[in-house]
Design a protein around this ligand. Structure first.
Ligand code: ASP
Length: 341
């Protein structure tokens, strides 16, 4: 049976080709993608293309575009077996993370991919990324989708979207998922690591919840930073602090007083690590106990991209009962390891 895939084209390098007169890279009309990659016809799926009106560099994408994509998937959920999103690589991990929170009880594949070189380039990585993504997006067994989550496929690896980060602006192998195993690997054979795949936690039907607040701030501390800077930050609902190692910060009374005041004024503080691998562990060192004392939330082993989009999604969201801290600490869709402390 031929599976039906909706390909949502948002922009990025993948959709560009060289204008041979000017030598510039320009976006091409993605409705004609099927002519560019005739190999698509050989796959066991029918592809419908839904292009963004204006293709975007992914650095221009954010909450509005995440909502548009989530709503497009919501509207077309029943009519398609899988979804493929072509996206610029720079912010793909943010979009994948945001979508993972917005698409509830997903039972169909949502795969994002892009490329480091345009599809028209002789050495392009776009074709392999696109064709194998289509394969994963249309993979079914016993009439059930094998992938039931938001994933990124890039350079032979299928990764959980909300565990990824772009770590190379140069290599074809541009994404990592440092705190979660690879979901699938493409070599001579296409593998899926079934034990690591996400399954919906409840029998509830698929739905979308596109709540996203922009009332958050992300701040990376650095050696020598004056704690007074914290007083100069704009007032926000959620302040995500990216601190050292397993959750440490300069240990002064001043720091404690200022952060305490922020908490008393209603700011939620989430703590994530500047290390991309491993986890925040409050209390491991004296220099992290300050966070326990002020009632900050540990981001544990979550990525910065997921911490940002998760905070945006849960803060002031009427669909979540309980406190911000309780909701942030929960594993919503595989983005955080809850057993770590
Ligand atoms: N700047 C581009 C983007 O993120 C880079 C890419 O697509 O690889 O849209």
């Amino acid at each position: 049976m031929k599976r039906k895939i909706l390909l949502i084209y948002t922009g990025g390098t993948i959709g560009m080709e060289k204008n041979h007169e000017t030598g510039n890279l320009v976006p091409f009309d993605f409705r004609h993608i099927l002519n560019k990659i005739p190999e698509i016809d050989l796959l066991e799926c029918d592809v419908s293309v839904h292009p963004f009106e204006k293709p975007l560099d992914s650095s221009d994408m954010g909450p509005e575009e995440w909502k548009i994509i989530a709503e497009c998937i919501g509207k077309n959920y029943e009519n398609f077996d899988g979804f493929l999103i072509l996206h610029g690589t720079d912010t793909m991990s943010y979009t994948a993370s945001a979508l993972s929170f917005m698409l509830k009880n997903l039972r169909k594949p949502v795969v994002l991919t892009g490329s480091q070189l345009p599809i028209g380039d002789l050495r392009t990585d776009a074709k392999e990324n696109l064709l194998t993504s289509l394969y994963y997006a249309s993979l079914y067994e016993n009439d059930e989708a094998v992938i039931q989550e938001v994933a990124i496929y890039f350079e032979y690896k299928l990764l959980r979207g909300n565990r990824t980060l772009k770590y190379s602006a140069e290599n074809f192998d541009a994404y990592q998922s440092p705190n979660y195993p690879v979901l699938g690997q493409s070599g001579v054979h296409l593998h899926v690591e079934k034990e690591f795949l996400l399954r919906p936690k409840s029998d509830e039907k698929f739905s979308t919840d596109t709540h996203i607040s922009k009332d958050i701030l992300f701040w990376r501390i650095f050696p020598g930073m004056s704690p007074e800077y914290f007083e100069k930050l704009p007032k926000v609902k959620v302040l995500i602090l990216q601190v050292f190692g397993s959750g440490t910060i300069f240990n002064s009374d001043k720091t404690k007083d200022i952060l305490k005041k922020l908490r008393e004024n209603g700011t939620e503080i989430v703590v994530v690590s500047q290390c991309v691998s491993g986890a925040v562990s409050f209390g491991k060192y004296e220099n992290s106990s300050i966070f326990q004392e002020i009632g900050a939330v540990s981001g544990n082993d979550i990525t910065a991209e997921s911490a940002i989009t998760k905070s945006m999604h849960i803060v002031d969201n009427q669909n979540y009962t309980g406190t911000f801290s309780e909701n942030f600490s929960k594993n919503i869709c595989g983005e955080i390891s809850v057993s770590l402390k």
